[in-house]
Design a protein around this ligand. Structure first.
Ligand SMILES: NC(=O)c1ccc[n+]([C@@H]2O[C@H](COP(=O)([O-])OP(=O)(O)OC[C@H]3O[C@@H](n4cnc5c(N)ncnc54)[C@H](OP(=O)(O)O)[C@@H]3O)[C@@H](O)[C@H]2O)c1
Length: 359
């Protein structure tokens, strides 16, 4: 199988493929000329060489017949149409695809019809399946939340919350241009334009509703932004006082006017900003939580610290993204066995990490 892209998601994805006894790394596709020809191990922080040299020639990889699945981890943020074209090419060649990159494919019933039809047609042509997920949007809502609800006596409301400080998120374009940190308060960034949060998170909210057997009457969203009260210097640049320093977005699934499922994102670039909003426990850089209101009230907190790179040891942003990669990579055999169309977590069995624990 192949991993396409060696950024934040692609690096742990390559390591996850190497660690998974059911998978074999056949190719690593890169866009960056400087990475071409290098052993994948050098690019992703593995000690032992993989014997797989990174290539920029995706067409040859797909035509070569060695690749029955692709982890598509090239960014879709700056190039959504090109990412879809790449994924369609993989599927048409017969390779199943797992990816974190194209959010509108997370929940096929709410995917724009022309996009859904195009990807489904490619699946049918190649006899392949396509699964887009991650941590959030992803398994926080489509795995942990329903599992937690199933342990409760009764439940009134389920909330999935990401609370993060992006100061160490190594994606300057996403941090500044996409979500708007350091940009003027009078022009909202693209990720916070009306309806965009629902486009990104509405899908997992609806998957969770389906898994829980809830029929939603409506989905609404709330967006709030706060300015920085001081200028801060970070490895990814200077963020000036008065520019955006925090945002909170809520996407809510409503029944009879009441929010029964809530996706909540509390995101800062500086912990001093928006002190009245929730923090991760002990003001760590971030966590993911499932918060169930019912009998009993229960909170599940997920904190992942990087352990692969000495330069980012313990980093919560790097750790969280590694979980996004692990989730989709270890699901590949189940995705291969799934129907030849866009699939969701509801189409897959419970994946329990068989063979992954080794001293
Ligand atoms: N659902 C979730 O939980 C979740 C979590 C994290 C990220 N994501 C999504 O997953 C995707 C990857 O995130 P990331 O943080 O890994 O992104 P990233 O590090 O910014 O970029 C990933 C890789 O995309 C490739 N790339 C960049 N520009 C390209 C171009 N013009 N043409 C072809 N390839 C190009 C590069 O690969 P090479 O360096 O190998 O050339 C780059 O390293 C994004 O779309 C992001 O929104 C989802």
């Amino acid at each position: 199988m192949a991993v396409w892209g060696t950024g934040n998601v692609g690096r742990p994805a390559v390591r996850a493929v190497v660690a998974d006894p059911d998978l074999e790394l056949a190719a690593v596709i890169v866009s960056n000329e400087a990475k071409e020809g290098r052993d994948a191990a050098d690019l992703v922080g593995l000690g032992a060489p993989t014997g797989v040299a990174a290539t920029r020639d995706a067409a040859s990889v797909l035509a070569g017949g060695d690749v029955d699945a692709v982890v598509y981890a090239a960014t879709g943020d700056t190039r959504p149409d090109a990412a879809v074209d790449d994924i369609v090419g993989c599927l048409r060649s017969g390779a199943d695809v797992v990816s974190t990159s194209v959010y509108p494919l997370i929940h096929p019933p709410s995917t724009p019809a022309d996009l859904r039809d195009r990807v489904d047609a490619a699946c049918a042509e190649g006899g392949a399946s396509c699964w887009v997920s991650g941590i959030d949007p992803g398994f926080l809502a489509d795995l942990f939340a329903p599992a937690l609800v199933a342990t409760c006596v009764s439940v009134r409301q389920v909330e999935v919350r990401e609370t993060f400080n992006y100061a160490t998120y190594h994606a300057p374009h996403a941090v500044r241009d996409l979500v708007g940190f350091g940009t003027a308060m009078d022009s909202p960034p693209p990720m916070l334009w009306p309806s965009v949060p629902t486009m990104v998170w509405g899908g997992v909210l609806r998957i969770l509703a389906e898994l829980l057997g809830i029929e939603l009457d409506d989905v609404d969203e709330r967006i709030e932004r706060r300015p920085l009260e001081r200028t801060i210097e970070l490895p990814i640049g200077t963020f000036e006082e008065g520019t955006q320093g925090a945002f909170r977005l809520l996407v809510r699934g409503l029944v009879a006017g009441e929010p029964v499922i809530v996706v909540d994102h509390v995101t800062r670039i500086d912990d001093e900003c928006a002190p009245d909003w929730p923090y991760a426990p002990e003001r760590s850089m971030g966590c993911h939580q499932v918060i169930v209101h019912g009998d009993p009230d229960v909170t599940l907190t997920l904190e992942a610290g990087d352990s692969a790179d000495p330069a980012t040891l313990g980093d919560r942003n790097v750790g969280g993204i590694a979980l996004s990669a692990g989730r989709i990579v270890h699901a590949i055999p189940a995705v291969v066995a799934a129907p030849d169309r866009i699939v969701t977590a509801a189409d897959l069995p419970l994946i329990l990490g068989r063979g992954l624990v080794r001293p």
